[in-house]
Design a protein around this ligand. Structure first.
Ligand SMILES: [Mn+2]
Length: 447
């Protein structure tokens, strides 16, 4: 039924239950998350439902707060699909009158008799590395109709958006990639993981990877390229093999010198998943979606996934704007560092919607690799916290989801997410106590 994807029977069963909800409803409510994975999942469902001639109403949210669920409850929906969210709110979803399915890869709280949960965690599949929300949405889409296999590049963009591809695709994600390649929906080729038209642009404007001393400083990049006798305006596409190797080794050395983990350095030369139908790589698509979501243009993200050339162009402009803001913050963090506690480090995010991205990039490329990083901002008089660790720290016991949940609940807040990346909201005025509580939990985890 899922084509060539092999899934545990019980996981297939949960997908079939979700399919039943879709098939039996005359009209569906779809709610998804605003990040690249959530937007990919939403775009896949949007296209699949349209092809199935289903009426639906899509909303993209930054999170699923109790207030959001109350609003949805009052709409009198027949059936609701929650994408990239819902597993953490299963209790509240059970109160809904509508039939509800949560296609989520975040750690679930418990099983539910009422709410259909399609979640890899229930089936010994790692929701952090083997299946994202876009993966699950895609599995449902091809179950609805195998013609939806052409949406596989969007699933790959979601997977990459959630950084599940790092160190190589795994599990269900790998299965989708293999079949998508076989069906010519994507072409895999090795390349330098930089975006931009000319080399000087690609390095100077690069926030991911962020090159300490080069990113955001064009003059330094010009000097760097001059030292290699490489003309700065060389188009990225025309870089010959000798220069590509030279540039790759120089940039790798820089990343190592700034203390990046080996898996981060390895990512510099990476498998690019070229999408012939869009003239983009899946990583590029993920990047565009990320910018759309963070810059409050979620609808544009959906039309980018539909392959609209004008939307792709507009999203490119948004990305430039978005990168500029992040670049300014990263250059500042590079100069000033983060505030240190015994077992973690933190900084003030430039604005709430950028805190996750800033936190992730600062953790990966700039700050102390031996401590997780928290980025703080204030939303509606509440402290909003984004946190990131490294896979290495997670292998040593770090679980930011548990740490933030425990610390936030101590002060009447909420927290959760993944072991390597989590968030929390805490009542204002409890900042210092909260940070101390996180520090204590992390100390125990990494002991
Ligand atoms: Mn996700």
């Amino acid at each position: 039924m899922s084509g060539s994807i092999a899934l545990p029977d019980e996981f297939s069963d949960s997908l079939k239950q979700a399919l039943k909800i879709v098939n039996s409803a005359s009209q569906l409510r779809v709610v998804s998350h605003y990040d690249a994975d959530g937007l990919s999942a939403a775009a896949i469902m949007t296209i699949a439902l349209t092809r199935a001639h289903k009426r639906f109403h899509l909303t993209i949210r930054k999170g699923l707060e109790p207030g959001d669920i109350d609003t949805i409850a009052k709409e009198g929906n027949e059936a609701i699909l929650f994408l990239d969210m819902g597993s953490g709110q299963v209790e509240a979803l059970e109160q809904l009158e509508a039939k509800a399915a949560a296609l989520d890869h975040h750690k679930p709280i418990r099983k539910s008799k009422k709410v259909v949960q399609v979640n890899p965690h229930f089936h010994a599949i790692d929701g952090m590395t083997e299946a994202s929300a876009a993966t699950i949405s895609f599995l449902l889409a091809i179950m609805m109709d195998p013609c939806n296999w052409d949406l596989s590049p969007i699933a790959l963009a979601g997977i990459i958006g959630d950084r599940q591809h790092m160190g190589g695709m795994k599990g269900i994600n790998q299965q989708i990639l293999d079949s998508a390649t076989e069906k010519n929906h994507v072409v895999v080729q090795k390349g330098l993981n930089l975006k931009g038209l000319t080399i000087v642009e690609a390095i100077a404007d690069s926030v991911d990877p962020y090159f300490v001393g080069l990113s955001g400083r064009k003059d330094n990049v010009l000097a760097f390229l001059d030292s290699m006798r490489l003309p700065p305006d060389t188009p990225m596409g025309t870089l010959d093999e000798v220069y590509r190797r030279k540039l790759t080794s120089m940039l790798s050395l820089r990343l190592m010198g700034q203390g990046c983990r080996p898996e981060t350095v390895e990512e510099l030369v990476t498998d690019l998943h070229w999408i012939p139908s869009m003239n983009l790589s899946a990583a590029d698509l993920a990047d565009l979606l990320n910018a759309c979501g963070r810059m409050d243009h979620e609808g544009l993200g959906i039309s980018v996934c539909m392959g609209d050339p004008e939307s792709i162009k507009l999203a490119g402009e948004l990305r430039r704007e978005y990168n500029k803001k992040i670049m300014e913050k990263l250059v500042k963090i590079e100069a000033e560092g983060a505030s240190q506690m015994d077992h973690m480090q933190f900084f003030q995010a430039s604005e709430p919607s950028l805190s996750g991205a800033e936190c992730g990039l600062a953790m990966q490329y700039i700050l102390d690799q031996s401590k997780p990083t928290l980025a703080l901002s204030v939303v509606d008089n509440k402290l909003k916290v984004s946190s990131r660790g490294t896979k290495h720290l997670v292998s040593k016991g770090l679980d930011l989801s548990a740490a933030l949940k425990k610390a936030a609940e101590k002060f009447g807040g909420v927290g959760g997410g993944h072991a390597v990346a989590a968030g929390a909201t805490v009542p204002e005025g409890k900042d210092l106590e909260f940070l101390k509580a996180v520090d204590e939990v992390v100390a125990l985890q990494l002991r």
